[in-house]
Design a protein around this ligand. Structure first.
Ligand SMILES: Cc1c2[nH]c(c1CCC(=O)O)Cc1[nH]c(c(CCC(=O)O)c1C)Cc1[nH]c(c(CCC(=O)O)c1C)Cc1[nH]c(c(CCC(=O)O)c1C)C2
Length: 362
């Protein structure tokens, strides 16, 4: 890792490693983006992926929430998307305004898949813009808060690559794992190999903590999660630290896994090699704490929809959440159970963060 400014706030790194902290660190999934007026101003009708690929703009958007919520937010997450891995694997991905991601040529049969399997991925070259954006952001942050790198979970990326976009029925992804399980494993393995290299190189570029978003985990049955998601998540947790050592990085980089909806897998995720397990809002934190048995740090899990409520209700639910996670001084990171919505009021989010600080510091 280059010569970056010394960290002024390492709360989240300490909490992720299981150290006792003064108060729980706070950040929010999708904290940069569409609910912020300053995001729209900077993005200004530019194509989404063009925005990600411009280091100057991506770093500006990454820092926007840190600036707006100065002293209230304890991490930045690089402005990018999970779908940059399929792009690096040679697939075309567009972001349709107001609609979301679209793959003009999704993987629908074994011949389509073979093209992707045969494609030689040069992570450093294909994602060179992402590393530049991370380095620039890390310098601009000047040590104020740690910077997250991230990627999508292999199963979640396979869903987008086979469905061609967001989905409700997951018809094609389910067809792949049930009609061609062996070929599905080949694809998942290839995605995993790219993900390991991508995450490791993000750390070389300046990322200080990593999160893997297995956002469609809950679409799999428990049996299929064990076969098509968990082994690849485990590989990522196991292989990234080894790859980092090869790359000359000896310090421990905390890793978080967020498998949305995969409630049945919590016990297994707590011993999958990740330092932190992020919970969606369906969890009663007390149950999760019991299952965890202090093996990992837990992150989460307020229903983002609470942001549409009154201040009284938000304050009450923040208090309930932090108490249920054991008070927040150990093995806990505040977050939502999923990302912000474009309709949210930034001032209400500020109030949420202030309450987290007030209750968490007690
Ligand atoms: C971590 C991250 C993501 N996207 C973005 C970020 C960086 C910004 C941040 O978190 O602050 C920006 C990010 N990515 C996108 C946007 C909106 C773009 C715009 O219209 O301006 C932003 C700000 C576009 C996008 N990208 C994606 C969607 C979802 C579509 C669907 O439901 O299938 C959408 C709408 C895929 C995606 N992308 C991501 C996930 C995992 C997290 C989650 O479950 O929400 C997923 C599933 C991850």
């Amino acid at each position: 890792m280059g010569n970056f400014p010394a960290p002024k706030n390492d709360l989240i790194l300490r909490a992720a490693k299981g150290e006792k902290v003064e108060r729980p660190p706070c950040w929010i999934m999708r904290q940069a983006g569409r609910y912020l007026p300053e995001y729209h101003e900077v993005k200004n009708n530019r194509d989404f992926f063009q925005t990600c690929r411009d280091a100057e703009i991506a770093s500006e958007i990454t820092i926007q929430p840190v600036r707006r919520y100065r002293g209230l937010i304890d991490a930045a997450i690089i402005f990018s998307d999970i779908l940059v891995i399929p792009q690096a694997m040679g697939m075309r991905v567009e972001m349709l305004e107001g609609k979301g991601p679209h793959f003009p040529e999704p993987l629908r049969n074994p011949e389509d898949l073979q093209t992707v399997l045969d494609y030689k991925v040069d992570v450093l070259k294909e994602l060179d813009w992402a590393f530049k954006a991370i380095t620039m952001t890390r310098i601009k942050l000047d040590g104020e808060v740690p910077l997250f790198g991230f990627c999508g979970g292999p199963w979640t990326l396979m869903v987008y690559m086979t469905e061609g976009g967001g989905s409700r029925l997951f018809r094609f992804a389910k067809q792949w794992i049930n009609m061609y399980p062996e070929l599905s494993h080949k694809l998942l393995q290839k995605i995993t190999d790219v993900a390991v290299e991508f995450l490791s190189q993000q750390v070389v570029a300046g990322a200080q903590i990593l999160q893997v978003f297995e956002s469609w985990g809950g679409e799999l049955s428990s049996v299929d999660f064990d076969e098509f998601s968990l082994p690849y998540l485990r590989q990522i947790a196991e292989r990234v630290p080894k790859r980092l050592q090869e790359l000359g990085i000896m310090e421990q980089i905390p890793m978080i896994v967020f498998a949305k909806g995969s409630w049945y897998a919590l016990d297994k995720l707590c011993c999958s090699g990740f330092d932190v397990v992020s919970l969606d809002w369906s969890w009663d934190p007390r149950e999760a704490v019991k299952i965890n048995k202090n093996r990992v740090t837990l992150q989460g899990n307020l229903d983002p929809g609470v942001m549409y409520g009154s201040k009284e209700v938000i304050a009450k639910k923040v208090k309930q959440m932090i108490e249920a996670f054991g008070g927040g001084k150990s093995r806990y990171i505040v977050n939502f159970g999923h990302g912000t919505h474009p309709f949210m009021d930034p001032d209400v989010i500020k109030f949420f963060l202030e309450e987290c600080h007030r209750i968490g510091s007690k």
